[in-house]
Write a protein that binds this ligand. Sequence first.
Ligand SMILES: [Zn+2]
Length: 270
Amino acid sequence: MRDNGGVTVYRDEGIVLRTQKLGEADRIITVLTRRTGKIRAVAKGVRKTRSKFGARLEPFTHVDLQLYERRSLDMITQAETLRPYGEPLVADYPRYTAGVAMLEAAEKLVGEEREPSLRQFLLLVGGLRTLCERTHEPRLVLDAFMLRSLSVAGWAPALDECARCGGRAGIRGFAVAAGGAICLACRVPGSATPAPETFTLMLALLRGEWDVADASQDRNRVECSGLVAAYLQWHLEHGIRSLRHVERSKSEVPPTGAAPQRGQAAGTAP
Ligand SMILES: [Zn+2]
């Protein structure tokens, strides 16, 4: 960061998550950066056809940015493409949709702006790179990204021990609200009953054991994707403060100041 005649200028690199129109010619760009965390910044004139950096600020692009700080949204003054992950993805629909889900999950899992989220940034870069390499099925790449992102957010599901009693014997069910795998004794109504091979697949994806994941059966991949999606959805809805506020105001429960913390809302705290 440097002070440039009263204006603070800084550089950072990041993955463009989302763009929104602003006025006639501008956009608000949401970027997950390496050092600053998630930021929203204004790019002036990028919707004009002769814009010098409009194409560099499209979703999926890994960009090097120069910005200056403002009281409201920071302003992007320079953008250089480091790697255009979007280009190889748009031609391959399953990979493209997996990538879109990654960007959306990353944006939601990093709740606060300007909170450094280096591990989530590195996971996103790694996930997009793996997706573009075409070495693994896109659904597996996506589920590996989701499981590791949940882990980084402090919400790793229990997979080889019971989320309730910690026991490693008799794991039979998966209960989203309980925190993942549960044993026969702890089973709750409505919990799923995945195949043992599905637990093996989920553990392999979390640990990056691609030889195990690539050898998995399709039915276990389908089951894994369903559980990961349900688990992510549950934690996002219960972990994002603004959504919880909406829920509270809907049910007209007075704000007593006893709102649970993120981890408690997720059901992972003792
Ligand atoms: Zn148990």
